[in-house]
Design a protein around this ligand. Structure first.
Ligand code: MG
Length: 158
């Protein structure tokens, strides 16, 4: 049995007039994340961690923001495609641990829905998906609610 770990990080600007998608869930908020896709920072960090563990490059390589077919795309589709890529390379996800970093809104009410969405897209059990959240203690661009960031690590087995 082989084991690999991978790390992912992503950040997006928050702007009025955009939808806020986090962990595959649409969250009611006065600002949303800016990006070529639905700008789901948590799913992007998880995709990068999965790709990193399999040494298959990064999300920008597989789903470039210059490709119009990815414009506004649901990042749950990108997660499913990422899992397909590592599956073809002989890997499967053992577990995911992640942290969302944003000032507002509180995401606790949405954690279960996020786990449901990730579980479904990645075809993995919910008990191997960990999602944590923290504020940035009002410091920096996250503290000023100008942006949102996410970190993820993934272990693959194969
Ligand atoms: Mg991104």
């Amino acid at each position: 049995m082989r084991f690999r770990t991978g790390f992912g990080f992503d950040v997006h600007q928050l702007q009025a007039g955009r939808e806020l998608w986090l962990g595959g869930v649409l969250i009611p908020h006065e600002k949303g994340a800016l990006g070529h896709s639905d700008a789901d920072v948590l799913l992007h960090a998880i995709c990068d961690a999965i790709l990193g563990a399999a040494n298959l490059g990064d999300i920008g390589h597989h789903f470039p923001d210059t490709d119009f077919s990815f414009k506004g795309i649901d990042s749950k589709i990108l997660l499913a495609k990422t899992c397909q890529l590592i599956g073809e390379a002989g890997w499967k996800i053992n577990n995911i641990d992640s942290t969302l970093c944003l000032e507002r809104p509180k995401i606790m009410p949405y954690l279960q829905a996020m786990k449901d969405a990730i579980s479904q897209s990645a075809a993995i059990d919910q008990d191997v998906i960990s999602i944590k959240a923290t504020t940035n203690e009002k410091m920096g661009f996250i503290g000023r609610e100008e942006g949102v960031a996410a970190y993820a690590i993934v272990m693959l087995i194969g």
